[in-house]
Design a protein around this ligand. Structure first.
Ligand code: AMP
Length: 190
């Protein structure tokens, strides 16, 4: 079983690369951002609760995110593995994920981190805003806040996997296929 954390700041290309990884490796995609947006669209209690955090570009509380991921893992039968996209975003989330997967006997194989300079991230998010319909893509202050939250709350998660020798950085600028080739090389070595 291959369990991958795809890591990187907002706009790094996690969603785009996830699609290619799923297609090639047959993994189950768990994007917490997508799951929250689905709840939002369906007007569930969870969605209503997450909305204010998401609209402002802040993190939804850990226990809510962890519970949602736990449900998703449990409801997925016979997967070749998972690709976690946008999760874990805090060290307590990483610790909870380790526990969930160790209980299943299949720990995280590795973290693949897409590294993209801040100016490029902002450019990509503004481009995505034209079609994404996402409130949090729309204005400069929200984008800046998401990048700040990433630096302050999420970056420590990279150290968490580095300490476990499970960290692989990838240069996230270039064509989609070039970046995917670099990701595939890392995945094929797991
Ligand atoms: P994303 O699509 O990954 O950029 O996530 C969009 C928004 O959903 C984030 O800005 C957060 O408000 C929320 N979110 C997604 N994943 C997480 C997570 N792992 N922990 C906390 N909040 C999250």
């Amino acid at each position: 079983m291959l369990n991958i954390v795809l890591f990187g700041p907002p706009g790094a290309g996690k969603g785009t690369q996830s699609e290619k990884i799923i297609e090639k490796y047959g993994l189950t995609h768990i994007s917490t951002g997508d799951l929250f947006r689905k709840h939002l669209g369906e007007g569930t209690e969870l969605g209503k609760m997450a909305k204010s955090f998401m609209d402002a570009g802040n993190l939804v509380p850990d226990e809510v995110v962890i519970g949602m991921v736990d449900d998703k893992i449990k409801s997925t039968a016979d997967s070749a593995g998972f690709i976690f996209d946008g999760f874990p975003r805090t060290v307590p989330q990483a610790e909870a994920l380790d526990k969930l997967l160790t209980d299943k006997g299949h720990p995280i194989s590795g973290m693949i981190a897409l590294e993209v300079p801040e100016e490029e991230l902002k450019k990509r998010i503004k481009e995505r805003a034209k079609t994404s319909g996402r409130v949090d893509d729309q204005d400069e202050a929200k984008i800046d806040n998401r990048i700040r939250v990433y630096q302050e709350e999420t970056m420590p998660v990279a150290n968490y996997y580095q300490e476990q020798r499970k960290f692989s950085p990838i240069h996230g600028v270039g064509s989609i296929d070039e970046i995917f080739m670099a990701i595939s090389a890392v995945m094929d070595a797991y």
